[in-house]
Design a protein around this ligand. Structure first.
Ligand code: ATP
Length: 449
């Protein structure tokens, strides 16, 4: 089961810990099979930005759907929002991002490469011995301009988090819905951070996607809700099929906490490069609403007409990343095993997360096999995420489906026309059973449930 730890443990040295070389294998699989690619690769790529291929999009959609289902649709106390990526720049001044959303940066005086000051060891660059400059604060927000003039009055920012779009809409949602604290507003969307050192494939990106909930509560209940949400959020990752022993909750030390935060936990995963943040869950007090209230001059308080008390709600924020969840799912699902003297690579995705749930494979490209297989695929398509494939030898096709994590393959063979049956092959047991075509759907539904 997932554990709670009290101390930040240092990452294991490179190559040690879980799966030396696993990241390289995974990145190569991701490209070969179409999960993710370096962005604009034909031009040499662009650092910190990735594009998601057909299977990557399917996996991300499954993640986002599962999050939205559990955080919004299955609850009566959370509503959704989709705010603009570019906001009035005054919002970022009020939130503190213009002033404080910075990382300490040093530059090597010899090679002029730049690093995060907290990620270098010592006063000199290890590679070339160059001395580092004094550390300066570097703001991570991407800047852009609104309209045809480029000057300081038209400068705007790409949002570095989705949360502020929720805070500035607090009273719009309150006044247009029937929500009252405790209640939450959820949002999924792109965020941008000009990270000094992006890396570890899609772990630290410059363009990424967040899934955030701002949960507004009466001030006295804030810590109770922090406890509630940290447990809920950890449990959510288990429902995706991630193994509990690779997950933990880590409370923030006092010196890690933002000055306004009353408590925070990270949900961490044991990545091949060490335990790292998958999601942050923080009790933010009334910091954000009060800051926007002051800067905008608009009242962002709530009047409780039962207790007759007016207050600015406090906020508990679970903030997750689509990209890190995707990477985690792929790492956690990755298995290598030997089958009859050959190596088999399998992504053991849970049935809910698998990009393709059922592959339909005619044993050969001959008629009537392909026609029958296409018909089966069309019949199953409304019920499952399916894929039809008649390209190579059946062994290679099974291997591909294993590598992309497809739980079941239906093989249409030379007997099918006679016995009106097909074979279901299971990814995990590698067992094969013969099933009448008329029962394929219910058989698969039972197995995928
Ligand atoms: P880190 O300490 O790893 O930089 P953070 O504490 O700055 O992360 P938050 O601001 O709490 O991150 O963001 C919430 C979530 O958004 C993170 O847990 C992560 O899943 C995701 N996230 C943040 N920054 C990035 C990034 N650069 N690339 C990919 N995902 C990110």
């Amino acid at each position: 089961m997932a554990q709670e730890v009290s101390e930040k443990s240092p990452p294991p040295p490179a190559g040690e810990g879980r799966g030396g070389g696993l990241m390289d294998k995974l990145v190569s699989l991701a490209k070969r099979r179409g999960f993710f690619f370096q962005s604009s690769e034909i031009y040499g790529g662009i650092q910190g930005i990735y594009d998601f291929g057909p299977l990557g999009v399917a996996l991300r959609n499954n993640i986002k759907r599962a999050w939205w289902r559990s955080m919004v649709e299955l609850r009566d106390d959370v509503v959704g929002l989709d705010a603009g990526i570019i906001m009035n720049p005054k919002a970022w001044v009020a939130s503190g991002h213009v002033q404080n959303f910075t990382d300490p940066l040093v530059e090597c005086k010899k090679c002029h490469r730049r690093f995060r000051a907290d990620q270098v060891s010592g006063p000199r660059h290890e590679e070339d011995g160059g001395e580092f400059t004094e550390s300066q604060q570097f703001n991570l927000m991407f800047k852009t301009f609104i309209g045809p003039m480029e000057n300081s009055s038209t400068q705007a920012y790409l949002r570095p988090e989705t949360a502020q779009g929720i805070f500035v809409n607090f009273s719009n949602v309150l006044n247009s819905s029937r929500m009252r604290p405790p209640f939450g507003i959820a949002q999924i969307g792109k965020a941008f951070r000009n990270e000094i050192t992006p890396g570890n494939s899609i772990f630290r990106l410059r363009e990424f996607e967040q899934m955030e909930l701002e949960y507004f509560v009466p001030p006295a209940d804030e810590m109770k809700w922090l406890e509630y949400w940290k447990e809920q959020r950890l449990a959510w990752y288990l429902t995706l099929g991630i193994r509990g022993e690779h997950l933990r909750l880590r409370p923030h030390d006092k010196d890690e906490l933002a000055h306004y935060a009353r408590g925070a936990f990270d949900v961490e995963y044991q990545f091949p490069f060490g335990w790292s943040e998958l999601e942050g869950v923080a009790a933010r007090g009334d910091y954000d609403l009060t800051a926007h209230q002051k800067a905008s001059g608009k009242d962002l308080s709530y009047f409780d007409d039962i207790t007759r008390v007016r207050y600015v709600p406090h906020v508990v924020e679970p903030s997750a990343g689509v990209d890190r969840t995707m990477l985690t799912l792929m790492i956690d699902a990755y298995h290598e095993e030997e089958v009859r003297g050959e190596q088999r690579v399998v992504l053991r995705f849970s049935h809910g997360m698998a990009p393709i749930q059922v592959a339909i494979l005619p044993l050969s490209r001959k008629q009537p096999l392909t026609e029958m297989a296409q018909k089966v695929e069309h019949e199953l398509r409304p019920y499952f995420r399916t894929e039809y494939d008649d390209t190579q030898g059946i062994g290679k096709r099974y291997r591909r489906q294993d590598e992309i994590g497809t739980p079941f393959a239906v093989t249409i063979d030379f007997e099918t026309e006679k016995d009106q049956a097909a074979t279901i092959r299971s990814r995990d047991e590698m067992s094969q059973v013969r099933v009448p075509l008329a029962q394929l759907r219910t058989e698969l539904q039972d197995r995928l449930a």
